[in-house]
Write a protein that binds this ligand. Structure first.
Ligand code: ATP
Length: 242
């Protein structure tokens, strides 16, 4: 991954990144999507979230980014109970996370460079300080030749890599990724996994939602499985990220 002096997460003596206690969630009049979900992600842990299509993986990530609120239970992030966090406080909390959405959510009027630079600008950093870091990150995800491109001119895989670069450029303490390798080939998928593993080694907590259980096994992180609204933990894998 890019070699940068930007701050790394501090894994020491940090509270758990995520705690869910008895979380229940559903959409309007629909049947419950999540039932009595309990989950602890210690600071610096690496987990995959698997389960069949429609099991509620994206919904669980939406709860963690406070894009949706649970009907029951409590959510604690970075040691703070955020279950009823006022809306106005959500953007500051989100800036502590790197989120990769399934639909990328790139800003189409900004170049690839400016999309990646945006979280740094919002954090108050100066372009003179981060320009080289943004370029290095873009080169690392294979977009060195596309820095001035607007997202609509990028392929699906390029958009996905851009979304990942943007999410991790601030070295967030918590990385939440929804199918982050769904649009790239296997070689690029493996490379992007190495990026997540590198960030994990620097102390970040990583949660990756994916259908691809084989990928989860290859990486060897702890695998959580959602089915029928319930969350369970698969037998521990033996790979390097666990
Ligand atoms: N905005 C919404 N309004 C109503 N129902 C929704 C909404 N979003 C998702 N759902 C429903 O909630 C359930 C869980 O969906 P979710 O997207 O969380 O599952 P998922 O495991 O991420 O699926 P996939 O792997 O296909 O992305 C599904 O039955 C889905 O149809």
């Amino acid at each position: 991954m890019p070699n940068s002096t930007r701050r790394a997460a501090d894994p020491d003596s940090a509270p758990d990144s995520v705690r869910l206690r008895g979380v229940g969630f559903g959409y309007a009049d629909q049947p419950a999507v999540l039932r009595d979900v309990n989950l602890i992600l210690p600071q610096g842990s690496f987990h995959f979230l698997t389960g069949p299509s429609g099991a509620g993986k994206s919904s669980l990530l939406r709860l963690l980014t406070l894009a949706a609120r649970p009907q029951t239970g409590r959510i604690t992030l970075f040691g703070q109970d955020v279950t009823e966090l006022p809306r106005a406080a959500v953007p500051a909390l989100r800036r502590r996370m790197g989120v990769i959405f399934q639909d990328f959510r790139l800003l189409d009027h900004l170049t690839a460079f400016d999309n990646v630079a945006l979280p740094l600008t919002l954090a108050g950093e100066r372009p003179a300080d981060f320009g080289a870091d943004v370029e290095e990150m873009l080169r690392w995800v294979g977009l060195g030749g596309r820095m001035d491109a607007l997202p609509p001119a990028l392929s699906g895989g390029e958009k996905q890599r851009l979304a990942i670069a943007r999410a991790v450029i601030t070295r967030p303490r918590l990385i939440l990724a929804d199918e982050p390798t769904g649009s790239v080939d296997r070689a690029m998928g493996e490379k992007l996994m190495r990026l997540f593993q590198s960030l994990h080694k620097l102390g970040a907590t990583v949660l990756i939602a994916t259908h691809d259980e084989a990928l989860a096994e290859r990486v060897g992180a702890t695998v959580l499985r959602l089915e029928n609204g319930r969350l369970s933990q698969a037998a521990p894998a033996t790979g390097e990220a666990a």
